[in-house]
Each structure stands twice: as structure tokens, then as C-alpha cells.
Ligand binder design. Structure first.
Ligand SMILES: C[S@@+](CC[C@H](N)C(=O)[O-])C[C@H]1O[C@@H](n2cnc3c(N)ncnc32)[C@H](O)[C@@H]1O
Length: 222
């Protein structure tokens, strides 16, 4: 799926990308490196990367967590938003993805700001509990575990800290009642649970930004 911003109208997308210039040479190289190494092409879209950087800057985040590193594209965006004093803890289950990300972080000159944890995130997250409270948690990994990642975030973010979660419109399937596969059904049900708890669970004030894939933004209020 091609990741675009602002609908499917090519001239609008071209206009937005030419004005906001979301992808510099370093991010382009990061995207291309991931492709060359055979990683799936599922990193955030260019404008979503820029959303991550600007939202991270807007909240003055200094300590962020990312679940789902892939080749490091979104990690670079978030770390840029954190600024040179910031720290990113990123979680990735796949060794090749993590190695590729490490190379891209090094090329971007930010490797010393990033801790990469390898393994299923639910088994790894406890390793950074001692560094809580965090300012930002970006969730972009296995959809079935989104509700559990949200629970971890609720317990380890500061009040006023933010959760950003990608793909929360489930590639257009979020409101469907029948599915092509059991995997899709499980993913959609988990994303619905995630959105419901973010919106109505009492610990967050939330919205869903209508990006190409849906980006839930939840602020911890209690
Ligand atoms: C959509 S990609 C992340 C894209 C990345 N955030 C970016 O935009 O550059 C999802 C990543 O999550 C990883 N992943 C899947 N399940 C995971 C798990 N249980 N724990 C940690 N990482 C996981 C996948 O291997 C994949 O690299």
C-alpha cells in the first residue's frame, strides 16, 4: 500500500510534499537501505514521519519509547523531535530489522541517543520501567498487542505524556463486519479495543488523526 497523506489526489499530495518537504537525504537513504536489505516496505509515510517529529517537538518530549523499529525511519523522525538531549528506547522483534536500524541511526548521527531492544516487545518493555516516566510512546508493531502496549503506556507515561499509534483505521477495515482472514479479524478487533480504551477508558483524552492510515493521539490525564 502506497502511504500518502491528504487523500489520493496526486496533485494535493505533490503540493503538500513540495511545501513541507518531509523527507531529507538521510531519511531517503534510510528508506532505500531498508528496501535494499529486503525489509518489508511498511515504514510510516513521509508526512507521518514529519508528524512524528513535529508532535514530539510540540510536547517537548525528551524521553520516548517506540514499539516497532523496522529500519529506523520513524525512530530518526522521533529522535530529531527529541533534540540532542533526548533519548529513544526502541523495540524490535527481528534481528535483521534491528541491525538495519542501527546502521541508519549511526548514519544519521544519533546512535548514541538510542537504545535498541531486540525481542517481542511485551517481554522486553519491563527492562526500561526503571527509566519511567516517559514523555511519549509510539506504537507501530503487531496490531493484536496494541491494547497491551496501551496498558503499559498508561502505567509508564507521565501525566500529560502522549501515545501515538499508527494504523488505527486498520487499512480501512476498522468498521467492517466481515473479514478476509482470521488474522485481519484479530487485528481489527484489537485495534477497536485499543481505540475504545484510548477514547473511553478514563486514563487518556484522545483523538484519531485522519492520516492515510489513522494515527491515534492519546494524552494521559490520570
Ligand atoms: C510497521 S513496522 C514499524 C515501522 C517503523 N515504526 C517505521 O515507521 O520506520 C512494524 C515492526 O514491528 C516489528 N514487530 C512485530 N511484532 C513485534 C513485537 N511483538 N515486538 C517488537 N517488534 C515487533 C516488525 O518486525 C516490524 O519491524
Amino acid at each position: 500500500m502506497k502511504k500518502i497523506f491528504g487523500g489520493t489526489e496526486t496533485k494535493v499530495v505533490q503540493y503538500v510534499e513540495s511545501v513541507f518537504q518531509p523527507e531529507d537525504a538521510c531519511l531517503k537513504e534510510t528508506r532505500e537501505r531498508a528496501e535494499l536489505k529486503g525489509l518489508p516496505i511498511i515504514q510510516v509515510g513521509k508526512m507521518d514521519g514529519l508528524h512524528l517529529e513535529t508532535l514530539t517537538r510540540a510536547i517537548g518530549a525528551k524521553k520516548a519509547v517506540e514499539i516497532g523499529t523496522l529500519g529506523g525511519y520513524s525512530g530518526i523522525c522521533i529522535t530529531r523531535g527529541l533534540g540532542p538531549e533526548g533519548k529513544l528506547y526502541t523495540f524490535e522483534v527481528d534481528q535483521t530489522h534491528a541491525d538495519t536500524a542501527r546502521e541508519s541511526f549511526k548514519k544519521a548521527g544519533i546512535l548514541d541517543q538510542i537504545e535498541i531492544h531486540i525481542g517481542p516487545a511485551l517481554d522486553q518493555l519491563h527492562k526500561i520501567n526503571k527509566n519511567a516516566p516517559f514523555d511519549l510512546v509510539f506504537i507501530d508493531a503487531d496490531k493484536v498487542n496494541y491494547p497491551q502496549y496501551l496498558k503499559w503506556a498508561a502505567d509508564h507515561l507521565k501525566i500529560g505524556g502522549v501515545v501515538l499509534a499508527d494504523n488505527t483505521l486498520a487499512w480501512g477495515m476498522i468498521a467492517d463486519s466481515s473479514f478476509g482472514s482470521i488474522e485481519d479479524e484479530r487485528a481489527v478487533k484489537a485495534l477497536r479495543e485499543f481505540n475504545l480504551v484510548a477514547a473511553q477508558g478514563g486514563r487518556f483524552r484522545s483523538t484519531l488523526l485522519p492520516t492515510g492510515e489513522g494515527l491515534t493521539l492519546a494524552i494521559k490525564i490520570r
